[in-house]
Design a protein around this ligand. Sequence first.
Ligand code: IMP
Length: 436
Amino acid sequence: MSTLSVFGAQWGDEGKGKIIDLLARDADIVVRCQGGANAGHTVVVGEQRFVLHHLPSGILHPGTVNVVGNGVAVDPLVLFDEIDGLAERGVSVTSDSLRVAAGAHVIFEHHKRIDRYAERWRGVGRIGTTGRGIGPCYADKAARTGLRVADLVEPVRFEERIRAALAEKNALFEKVYGEEAMAPGEVFDRYAAIAQRLAPFVADTGEEVRSAYKEGKRILFEGAQGAMLDLDHGTYPFVTSSNTGIASIGSGGGFPPTKLERVQGIAKAYCTRVGEGPFPSEDSGALGECLRDRGNEYGATTGRPRRCGWIDLVALRFALELNGATGWVMTNLDVLSGFDGIPVCTGYDYPSRGDREPSVYPGHLAGLDGVSPVLETRPGWSEDITGVRHFKDLPQAARDYVHWIEEKVGVPIELLSVGPERDQVIFLRTALEAAT
Ligand code: IMP
């Protein structure tokens, strides 16, 4: 039996899509437990580039069961756009390959509107959300006013619940935001049509995943976003609205985290962030721009340019420790080719406090106020490494960079990624194999 959880160990966009797609070859089931269409997992297969927002990245592997767990905020419109887009490219999604939790909450158009309006009201405190309705959907879940997939596919219940929900939201639109109300009948018709398509996919996914585990199936849990965007442990309030690490596997997957055998973090060889919020190792100068150009650092979901900077060992150690990572994957190492020297953030400086705490990540936002990074520059290399498949064939400086970081972080690196394609990897250890 084997279970593996993969999570983003930075601020999202670590290259999880490619790694999960690679690991999914050896998995029977791939499970998403949190987030929604705010994710953007890019997978390159030969000439084709797939960007998955909603579907688990195992969907490109025939025979794999893909689960959208109860902790995911399901946007049925985006889900079926994605399913139809895949069908046009020859990938068929059936109720054998996709299971959607009856208990997952549904994102409606009104959630997306609230997401946009609320951002306007936040002014300088704006979060820079993806605008996909994630926060407002999870807010309704916590307020117990949300609708779940099981409500959506039951027409009588759906009509009753959506009317009640819109009565409240329309008052908000008109009286607070000064915007137009939504017509309940139109909303019902639009979503009732998609509900018919969704119905065959709906299941008690937690039960299915636990049963599969008992049968000895190999299960891969696919994290979305990143540990530093975690609702509780990230840079709140500049975070997403779900728990982005292994905690979501119990709550959003219905699977006991005690049965996880391996936990793998994914981190770039440098670091990026989209949206607002602290980013201590950000390089807003020419080198940061160079990282953006070479790494094509533009959001897969929103197309926004990503903020770029250097790998932050303080935040990375925190993310790996928080999630009990047994190993990690370093992605985009190839993007660092051509830098004379590569800065690495080894600590944080608090000039105002005359204080330096190199290894401790502050547990709250105020702890990052006025922080500046302590940077140590490592030797760079000039060679193109995208064709390298064995660690020993990397330039000496690249090997030293990897070893040095691994030692500083204290968690083994299991895989290196040296390009966007499936085969552009250097195996140091295969996680699912190691778990078997
Ligand atoms: P939301 O998840 O759309 O509410 O956005 C909240 C914050 O999380 C914003 O800073 C987003 O840019 C960020 N975010 C959400 N999803 C992702 C992701 O998949 N990758 C990177 N950043 C994300």
